[in-house]
Design a protein around this ligand. Structure first.
Ligand code: ATP
Length: 314
């Protein structure tokens, strides 16, 4: 796969503060990369250096092979950017706003109508093209922003918190649009929402204190969680204490967590070294007759990995 966006050793100092400290990453064609980190980790500063709005102290961004420092205009022409929040110019209609953005991209006047129609069609905006932007729902406002970001057919999309503040249906719709837009593009999404990473990202980079602390697919990252291969049982309260003691006595089990659920208890046995404990637990549970009504094996938890890697920062 082609690398369309690359950051090499991006570094930004604000006086004595190293806000971003040697971040390198690559995003390939067809890939959606989630860019995560706790507050103050350096996400916005990195996004600004990726989009050419901030000059790095050290390092370089390449967009489709063009270096941001020496080929700024060319590099930016390959890039579409959805800033955080709603688009400005609330008293314009989507059509007038998109025409304005198209002209700002120097798209020839004869092509503007087609370009605007095609971007609006791609994000399903066509039915509100004549309505003032400030009267649109948040989900539609976000679509206007997405349409503006893809007007000039960029190869790389940088989306800052694209579903922030949207309701679950709007989130779902915007994620679907992002998926559809990723086919021929490289997309990087800055997000706080871990569920979003699992829903649409092929890969995630986690940063902390300005440095990359993890880079992998959601399932690779989840596999680093202490809950990988943990076994959860739902059983009657009366059996829970006995079951927890029995589970704790198994050498392959590191610890047992309990959560009350009405007349039942949910017991989670955490595997030592993330080893496979499913058959041991299942054998003990059936021999001991604990009355287990649910049995599941964990594939790991992204929130646990995120907390572990950025401890003290959330
Ligand atoms: N212009 C600036 N001058 C001085 N310090 C800055 C400047 N911009 C950012 N910082 C600092 O750099 C660090 C990283 O900030 P940044 O906004 O990139 O973090 P973030 O990960 O985007 O955080 P959040 O999730 O809260 O938006 C913070 O300590 C911030 O206070």
């Amino acid at each position: 796969m082609d690398v369309l966006l690359e950051a090499r050793n991006l570094t930004k100092h604000f006086g004595p503060l190293k806000a971003v400290n040697g971040i390198s990453l690559q995003v390939k064609k067809g890939e959606v990369l989630g860019f995560l980190g706790p507050n103050g980790a350096g996400k916005t500063t990195t996004m600004k250096m990726l989009t050419g709005f901030l000059t790095p102290t050290e390092g370089e961004t390449y967009v489709c092979g063009e270096a941001m420092s020496t080929e700024n205009l060319k590099a930016r022409s390959h890039m579409g950017y959805l800033p955080e929040g709603a688009p400005l110019y609330g008293d314009m209609t989507p059509r007038s706003f998109l025409k304005f953005i198209a002209a700002a991209h120097n798209i020839p006047a004869v092509e503007i109508m087609d370009v605007v129609e095609s971007a609006a069609g791609a994000v399903h905006l066509s039915n509100v093209m004549e309505q003032r932007i400030e009267t649109l729902s948040k989900g539609y406002k976000r679509r206007v922003g997405l349409a503006a970001a893809i007007l000039h057919a960029p190869d790389v999309l940088v989306l800052d918190e694209p579903t922030d503040g949207l309701d679950p249906n709007q989130k779902h719709e915007v994620r679907r649009l992002i998926e559809a837009m990723s086919v021929n593009r490289a997309i990087i999404i800055s997000t706080h929402i871990l569920e979003e990473v699992e829903a649409i990202c092929h890969r995630a980079v986690i940063i902390n204190k300005g440095m990359v602390v993890a880079d992998g697919s959601p399932s690779e990252l989840k596999a680093q969680s202490r809950y990988k291969n943990a076994v959860t049982l739902l059983l009657p309260k009366a059996e829970a204490e006995k079951a927890a003691v029995a589970l704790k006595s198994i050498k392959a089990i590191e610890s047992v967590e309990a959560i009350n659920e009405g007349d039942n208890v949910r017991l989670t046995a955490i595997a030592r070294g993330r080893s496979d404990i499913a058959s041991i637990v299942s054998d003990v549970a059936s021999v001991s007759n604990w009355g287990v009504s649910q049995f599941s094996v964990d594939s790991g938890r992204l929130d646990d990995v995120f907390r572990h890697l950025t401890e003290g920062e959330v």
